[in-house]
Structures are given as C-alpha cells and as structure tokens.
Design a protein around this ligand. Structure first.
Ligand code: FAD
Length: 526
C-alpha cells in the first residue's frame, strides 16, 4: 500500500512538473510570438472556433490564431518557430474553411493560420483573357465560389470543380478536388500552373512544372505536409451560361456503372459533367424530384415503382450558351441521341435547365436548408473511397443494401474518373491497379447528435469500419480519399510506392514536422 502511495505521489509530481514545463514553454512562446512584427495579427484569446471542423468530432485547442495580411506574416511566424529548433512544441495548421472531417485543419497548442484573412485587398488577377490558355492568380485562402463569380465577369471559369464551392483553394489542392468534370479535365490539382508556397523553414518559394518542380508536385495532394499554399495560378476555360442537367435511374448497379464508364470513355465528350448516386430504402423519391426536375414523360414516371429496391441514379449535365437558341435544338437532339444509347429505365428521365453558377453552387442550396433546420453543424462521419474499376461491382454487391441499408441521412455519390488525367508525380494517391478508370465512392452520412441508434455517430463509424474491413478482406485494393489513419504502418500502406518520396519531401521541406499536424502522419521532431 505504501509503495502504491509513493508511486501515486511520484506520478502526480511528474505530471505537475510536465504541466509547469509546458506552461513555461507556452508563456515564453507567447511572448516571443507577440514580439514578431506582423502586418496582420496573432489572436491568443478567442481561439475556440479554430478548434472545430466540419466533421464535428475532433476538437484541438490551438495556442493562437494567425490572421495574416501578407505572405510574409506566414513566413515570419514559421521562420520564427523553425529558428526555435526541435525543442519548441509549436506546430502550424493552415485552416481554409475548416471543412476537414477528422481535425486535419487543427493543432493542439499550436498556431492555426486563418487563410481567408490573407491579402483580402489583392483582387484575383485574370491573365490571357481571349488567349488560348487563360488563367487566374488567387490567394491560397480564396473560396472557389469567389473565383467563379470573379472569372465569370470575363466569360471564363476554372475547368475542374468540387461539388461544393465554399471550400478554399489551399484546402482542395492539398487533397485533389474532385467532381463531375474530373473525368474530362482531371481533378483540380491537374489544373494548376503555378504555386507560391511557404515551406516549413519559412522560405517563400514559387514552384511549377519547370521551377522547383519537386515541391510543386509534392504540395499538390500533399495533405499540407510540405508547405502552405499562399497563391495559385489556376487554368481557365470559356464559361457557358446555362446547363441542361439530367437524371436517369437504374435498378442494376452493373448497368449503371457500365453506362457511366461508356460516357467518360467516349472521346467526343457527350456530357460536360458525369456523376451518380445510390438510393437505398427511400420512398416518395420521384415525387420529390418533380419539384425541380421535370420528367420527360410525367404519366409514365408517375407509374414507376422501385418496390423498395436499390436505385442507381446517373446524373449528367450539358453546358450551353443562352444566346445560341438555334444551336439549342441541335444540342437537345444530340443529348437525346446520347441518352438513347444508355440502358436506364426509360420512364425515369428527369431534366431541368439552370444557370451555370446555379449548377455549380447547387450544394450551397442544401447547406442553407440544413443550416435553417440546425442540421449542418452535426457530426459528419464521412467515408470517401477510391475503388478500382475491376472491383467496383464486387464493392457495390457487398456494400450497397447490405452493409449500407439506408441513404436518408446523406448522399452516397458514385462516379468513375480517368486515371490518365491525374498526374502520378503529385502526392495524391489513387488505386494502384494498372487500370484507366477508378471510382469515387463518397458516403456522406450526417449523424443525429446524441443518438445511440443506427443514425448516431458511433453506429455510423462502426458501419464505415465494416465497409473498410469488408474491402480489406476481399482485397479490393481501394484507397481512402481525404484519408484518415492513426498509425505509421497504415500511412505507409496508403501511400504505397509514393511513401518514400513523401517522407523524403517531408524531411526536405518541413524537417521539424511542424506543418499540418492534424493529419497525424508525422510527429513533430523533438
Ligand atoms: P481545411 O479543411 O481548412 O484544410 C484541409 C487540410 O488542408 C488541412 O490539413 C489544412 O491544414 C490543409 N490546408 C488548408 N489550407 C491550406 C493551404 N493554403 N496550404 C496548405 N495546406 C492547407 N472534396 C472534393 O474533392 N470534392 C467534393 O465534391 C467535395 N465536396 C465537399 C462538400 C462539403 C459539404 C464538404 C464539407 C467538403 C467537401 N469536399 C470535397 C472536401 C474538401 O475538399 C475538404 O474538406 C478540404 O479539406 C477543403 O476544405 P477547406 O478549404 O475548408 O480546408
């Protein structure tokens, strides 16, 4: 008993010593940081908002939040920590909109950089308007929705998007940036000409295919590990004004996937956007759709019954310009012909016409609705997977309607993309199979706060685990998109043949491992 008491007293003493040492460390860090000459400012008091993210499951409280007004503010803070050497506890997390799912944009006791504060006075700069390769220079903290609105003034727009545009350039380029245009243009990381990056040593470097190319490729899809993207030059194309947006239904996954693949493989690009989603255990669906999408044949559509079976919805869009009224008939005819080659259930063609920016900003409409019902800021235990083409039917058979029995708490998006549109030199990871096509499967479930049932966060996480275990046991060779792992072994296996380069770049550009600690890939060197 005496020994136990002694051990207990010793442990308490040790913990107090550590706490005291940390407190000393933090107070000396605070005073040295406060002395830095910055154009923007460091906030030490109101830091709670930076300890949250969209996933709503992880909360790491930072020591401070930097609101940079210039790139040199970011470089000064990082250089300062770099000069403190390996004994400083401080880490740095760039935060875009904080739409990460498992705390990737957070840091415990470190510094969060609020990227949206960066250079608000510096407007987006559009280059080569009217030329063959127009582009736009934007801040790393810029929202894609702002880029859309600004470039549309020149009749231009980026080529590749995400489904939701209230995300930042630095945030999506650190992952990949995938949407229904990726089959044609590749992900957003394939549509960047140049970056300005602040490395983990506080250097400000420009990089591109030709200049500092190792850093350029490393940063794209690099999960924020090698530097902070402060500026990016994004490729543009002439923007359409209108979009014909269509949905058709299938009862058979294989037929749905075959048609999706057929569409993304054709050279004449019959559609500009191709996605799809799975509908499990939902009733009244066709009625709901009629609110915005008109059925081609209302009578036939009203007779359609899914009888509780899974439905697979192919979603395609064709861009056009409002002024070209006579060309519209030709387009409609072409669309009809393209659709006639597909094997969807004929009574289930629904279509609508919207402006280009309405189409691209479509998820924001749902955001507004969910926010008004208090359903936006709930836990989001999402699971995003990249599945090899040759195994996607097996995946669908094992997961849809079996492990996943309901899609009423969030969409399950499924669509193929062409691997040749991804630059293998980037850090982004795709399935290792030598196949031209792989699928994105995004299981975007929202949890009901406080629920212990099937719709509660714990059960959804268990279900996600079952999906991963099933895929692992079947050897499907899938990769996580927006990955989350907790061990070095898992990260190594995630990156596969890219791991050695990833580690090499880390020791070259962020040797103290201070950047993006919320990804949990590297520990800060001590
Ligand atoms: P944050 O979440 O703030 O940051 C993400 C990571 O990037 C963190 O590790 C952070 O430290 C790092 N980071 C942030 N800024 C920088 C920077 N400037 N330089 C270096 N590192 C940086 N993704 C798709 O690909 N396609 C989609 O269709 C899609 N739809 C989505 C819809 C919704 C509703 C949501 C919430 C997310 C969606 N995403 C999609 C995921 C999105 O790409 C990620 O959430 C991504 O993290 C971008 O969010 P963010 O800008 O808020 O970055």
């Amino acid at each position: 008993k005496r020994n136990m008491l002694m051990v207990r007293s010793f442990t308490i003493l040790l913990l107090n010593c550590i706490a005291f040492k940390l407190a000393c460390c933090f107070s000396s860090s605070i005073s040295s940081l406060k002395a830095l000459p910055l154009v923007g400012h460091l906030e030490f008091e109101d830091v709670h908002p930076a300890s949250k993210d969209f996933g709503n499951r992880y909360q790491l409280l930072p020591l401070a939040v930097l609101h940079p007004k210039s790139v040199s503010d970011i470089a000064s803070v990082i250089r300062h920590i770099w000069m403190m050497g390996p004994h400083s506890q401080l880490t740095v997390a760039a935060r875009g909109r904080g739409h990460s799912l498992q705390g990737q944009s957070q840091t415990r006791h470190g510094i969060v950089i609020h990227m949206e504060s960066l250079e608000p006075q510096k407007k987006l700069q559009v280059h080569s308007v009217g030329g063959p390769t127009p582009s736009v220079d934007v801040s790393g903290g810029e929202l894609w929705i702002n880029i859309l609105h600004e470039t549309l003034k020149y009749g231009l727009a980026p080529k590749s998007w995400t489904d939701y545009l209230h995300l930042t350039v630095g945030g999506t380029l650190s992952n990949a940036g995938i949407s229904g245009q990726a089959f044609r243009h590749g992900p957003q990381i394939s549509n960047v000409h140049q970056l300005e990056v602040v490395t983990g040593k506080g250097e400000i470097l420009n990089c591109s295919e030709r200049q500092n190319s190792d850093l350029f490729h490393g940063v794209l899809g690099g999960l924020g590990q090698f530097g902070i993207i402060t500026r990016a030059r994004i490729a543009l194309e002439p923007a359409p004004t209108m979009v014909k947006w269509m949905r058709v239904l299938y009862l058979d996954f294989a037929a749905f996937a075959k048609d999706q693949e057929r569409l993304i493989s054709s050279d004449d690009h019959k559609f500009d956007y191709i996605e799809g989603f799975v509908i499990i255990n939902r009733t009244g669906l066709l009625d709901n759709w009629r609110l915005s999408f008109t059925p081609e044949d209302p009578i036939e559509a009203s007779q359609f019954k899914s009888d509780g079976r899974n439905l697979y919805c192919l979603e395609v869009a064709k861009y056009f310009n409002k002024l070209d009224e006579d060309k519209k008939d030709v387009m409609n005819q072409e669309v009809k012909e393209s659709l006639s080659e597909l094997s969807y259930i004929s009574s289930t063609l629904f279509s609508t016409e919207v402006t280009y920016d309405e189409f691209l900003d479509r998820v924001h409409v749902s955001e507004i609705k969910l926010r008004s019902k208090g359903q936006w800021e709930v836990p989001h235990p999402w699971l995003n997977l990249l599945v090899p083409r040759s195994r996607v039917n097996e995946f669908a058979k094992g997961v849809f309607g079996n492990i996943l029995t309901d899609t009423s708490n969030g969409p399950v998006i499924v669509y193929p993309v062409n691997k040749s549109k991804w630059d293998n030199r980037s850090s982004a990871v795709t399935p290792e199979e030598e196949e031209e096509i792989f699928y994105l499967v995004a299981i975007l479930t929202s949890a009901v706060p406080g629920s212990t049932g099937e719709d509660g966060v714990d059960q959804i996480i268990k279900r996600n685990k079952r999906i991963l275990e099933f895929s692992e046991a079947a050897g499907l060779g899938l990769k996580q998109y927006l990955p989350h792992y907790t061990t070095r072994h898992e990260w190594r296996s995630h990156f596969g043949p890219k791991w050695d380069d990833f580690v090499r770049r880390k020791s070259r550009y962020d040797p103290l491992a201070m950047l993006a600690p919320g990804q949990r890939i590297f520990e800060k060197a001590l």
